[in-house]
Design a protein around this ligand. Structure first.
Ligand code: ZN
Length: 333
């Protein structure tokens, strides 16, 4: 094992072969049937921060005019579950955890009903997990916009699909410590699942930064000591210090280092050597690599290379880049 080598050269050079695991990818943006999944077409269309972020992906996917604003589904580049597999294979990614999503933002000027984002559990199960055995797992979307009981039913739905966890998307669902979510959290514990919660910032329609502050997760972790929590994005651009503290304070709280684009979004807390060393020192077993694919599609390999060439221990690289998350979801068992 590379970890057991004593010499400096061995530590640097014996990193491979290693299969990575991407703990955070987004299904739903596939061209086929995109209008059946509310919110997904909006990611590509219009002159928004999100759509402009995806222009890089469009260029990589062969769009001859990737900066033209998209107005119709026919203008989307070819993008399918096979594209996920193609990029995963090219970057030695064994598996990816997909985020099924369920949420409706607060009302805002121009949209009195709120912006809806919905990628159904059964779509993700059928189109990705069942279609490509051994390559994907997923978390099911949950929120309490339809009430407490509906939130519990969303947990049950994710469990019935065989998913190991659920995701609460704060930008479209509000504070994670909303008491209406608590019966759903009880159900997650009862079913032996985990909870993923978005923290940080988000550029989607109807987004309010206050919901995404990781300080509200402190309440959830306090009130549910048996609930395994994965804090997504580690509070990026919002309150990363609180996010790191949550992981240090609570045995059952973990974090990923996912960024929608490393250069655009989170330079200091992604590429920064001191930050990665901080993670290695304080939480070596509680941090996961993720990518927000397909937003990061143009830099998919580069992001991995960046971490794998950093002067940190090979042991930690392997934990961060796959083994921690495999253990977290009992991958392969
Ligand atoms: Zn994401």
């Amino acid at each position: 094992m590379a970890e057991e080598q004593e010499g400096t050269i061995e530590k640097m050079m014996l990193q491979k072969p290693f299969k990575f695991f991407d703990s955070h990818g987004h299904p739903g943006l596939e061209k086929k049937g995109i209008l059946e999944r509310p919110g997904c077409f909006d990611m590509w269309a219009g002159n928004t921060v999100g759509a402009r972020s995806l222009m890089g992906a469009r260029a990589f996917l062969g769009d001859p005019n990737p900066t033209k604003i998209i107005t119709k589904p026919e203008e989307l580049p070819e993008f399918s579950p096979e594209t996920f597999i193609q990029f995963m294979d090219s970057a030695s990614i064994e598996g990816m955890c997909l985020q099924a999503i369920h949420g409706i933002s607060d009302p805002y000027p121009g949209n009195e009903k709120g912006w809806k984002w919905y990628v159904p559990n059964d779509y993700v199960k059928k189109t990705f997990i069942d279609a490509f055995p051994g390559r994907f797992t997923a978390v099911g979307g949950i929120h309490a916009r339809y009430g407490k009981e509906a939130a519990v039913e969303m947990v049950v739905s994710a469990h019935e699909c065989g998913f190991p966890g659920c995701k609460f998307h704060t930008p479209t669902s509000g504070y994670p410590n909303n008491p209406d979510m608590y019966p759903a959290y009880e159900k997650i514990v009862e079913l032996g699942m985990h909870l993923q919660v978005h923290t940080g910032q988000e550029e989607l329609p109807g987004t309010r930064a206050k919901y995404q502050d990781p300080v509200y997760l402190d309440d959830v972790a306090m009130d549910f000591p048996d609930l395994k929590i994965l804090q997504l994005h580690c509070g990026l651009f919002n309150n990363p210090m609180q996010a790191l503290w949550n992981v240090m304070k609570f045995d059952n709280t973990y974090t990923d280092i996912t960024v929608p684009h490393p250069t655009l979004m989170h330079f200091k807390y992604y590429w920064d050597m001191d930050h990665i060393r901080f993670l290695e020192f304080f939480m070596p077993d509680k941090v996961f690599y993720g990518t927000d694919f397909p937003l990061t599609l143009p830099v998919y390999q580069t992001m991995i290379d960046n971490i794998m060439t950093m002067p940190i221990s090979t042991e930690f690289k392997h934990k961060l880049m796959g083994n921690n998350f495999r253990k977290f979801v009992n991958w392969g068992s």
